[in-house]
Write a protein that binds this ligand. Structure first.
Ligand SMILES: [Zn+2]
Length: 410
């Protein structure tokens, strides 16, 4: 058994106006602290970047001393729980460190209007959750009290130890993302090996199945319409506020459809196999921009690539992450030539790919769906990688462990 962290999303029902108001106040204090420390560190950061000063202190500890001072100078903050507000500092310290290292820019200010109100109950404060019944749980927010959490299907990890809760307001309601530490059986990368080909329309697996991406055209069009309408409307007007609400709702719907699809699809795929072979998306993105499409090689490359990248990033990033923990093992392979190579004879030629959908080998005559053919090639590359690992002895697979025992028994 090993320990893993799993995060579950709940809808929060704060029940009373007083509690809801307090939650916004905590989020406001977090924003205040973020901006306060941002301003305080900006000059030092700029001086350091210009080589005019030593690298400033960026540790959580050194910022914490300043935080305690700030909290006692700002009387309204004393009425709010210290831990969630202080946790902002941890986020800020991380962001600052990255900026100092030159990995990212200086942390951006958090705006009352544009930044979603949120705060974190860190594990150090002790995250307390009680089960009420099958449908409801409750979460203790320090100095606010118990709030009710609800989620379709209840809490799947109620036996776990809650380690952290992030509360975020999405413009409509509060949501809680509760991370719990759970005991899981050690995942075995044995069983079936499945190759997966992902593209903008569908996912194909090497066993000949297809998973079509949900059709979001209507919903996307509606969202676009609201976006355009909002751009025309007068800032601050009631009509604009109304459109803004509708736009937020449309965006939520799109996100939900996509999220549900990802969960359902990955559940189905991972149920069939222990090891999953996928394309390395970073490489795939690069090749997508360089090659164009089969129908239009080199044409509309920029436009298509932009579209593909957006699709890959949103849908497939989620799929990959989900498969990673649902499957025993995830192998990434270089997707180069997987769409042009014959999965039967190995002949690689651009001519093999007759259309976007159809594969026909010019050498051996093998005919297949182009994506299924690619998925089989991806699987084969993954198998080669797996066997390479076995040979070099870098990984003890369950399969050869079994063989070992049999030998001893004999
Ligand atoms: Zn062939």
């Amino acid at each position: 058994m090993t320990k893993e962290i799993r995060t579950v999303e709940f809808v929060v029902l704060p029940a009373t106006k007083v509690k809801a108001k307090k939650m916004f106040q905590i989020a406001g204090a977090c924003r205040y602290v973020w901006n306060h420390f941002r301003e305080k560190n900006l000059a030092d950061y700029q001086a350091f970047k210009k080589g005019k000063a030593e690298r400033p202190q960026t540790s959580y500890f050194s910022l914490g001393v300043e935080f305690t001072k700030l909290r006692h100078e700002t009387d309204w903050m004393l009425e709010l729980p210290a831990n969630p507000v202080k946790h902002t500092l941890k986020h800020f310290a991380d962001a600052l460190k990255e900026a100092m290292a030159g990995k990212k820019g200086f942390p951006k200010p958090r705006s009352r209007k544009r930044t979603a109100p949120s705060f974190t109950i860190p594990g150090s404060a002790g995250v307390r959750i009680r089960k009420v019944n099958e449908k409801y749980s409750s979460l203790l927010i320090p100095l606010v009290g118990w709030v009710t959490l609800t989620r379709r299907g209840g809490n799947p990890w109620e036996s776990g130890t809650p380690k952290q809760a992030v509360l975020r307001y999405d413009g409509h309601r509060w949501r809680a993302f509760v991370s719990s530490e759970i005991e899981v059986e050690e995942k075995m990368g044995d069983g079936e090996v499945l190759g997966v080909d992902m593209n903008a329309r569908q996912i194909a697996t090497s066993d000949g199945h297809f998973y079509f991406l949900p059709d979001l055209k209507k919903k996307e069009a509606r969202r676009k319409r609201y976006q355009r309408r909002m751009a025309r409307q007068v800032k601050g007007s009631n009509r604009r506020k109304d459109t803004k609400k509708k736009l937020a709702k449309a965006s939520r719907e799109i996100a939900n459809v996509r999220k549900n699809w990802v969960h359902q699809t990955t559940k189905e795929i991972s149920g069939k196999c222990g090891t999953m072979v996928v394309e390395d998306l970073k490489v795939k993105n690069m090749t997508a921009s360089a090659k164009g499409t089969v129908e239009n090689p080199g044409k509309n490359v920029k436009q298509k690539a932009g579209l593909n990248r957006a699709m890959l990033d949103t849908a497939f990033g989620g799929i990959r992450r989900n498969l990673e923990y649902k499957c025993g093992r995830l192998i990434e392979v270089n997707p180069a030539y997987t769409s042009q190579t014959c999965s039967r004879c190995g002949y690689a030629e651009k001519e093999n790919r007759k259309t976007q959908a159809r594969f026909q080998c010019v050498s051996c005559g093998f005919v297949s769906n182009a994506d299924t053919n690619a998925a089989i090639n991806i699987r084969r590359l993954g198998m080669a990688q797996l066997h390479g690992e076995e040979r070099s002895g870098s990984r003890q697979t369950p399969a050869n462990r079994e063989i070992d025992t049999r030998l001893h028994d004999g």
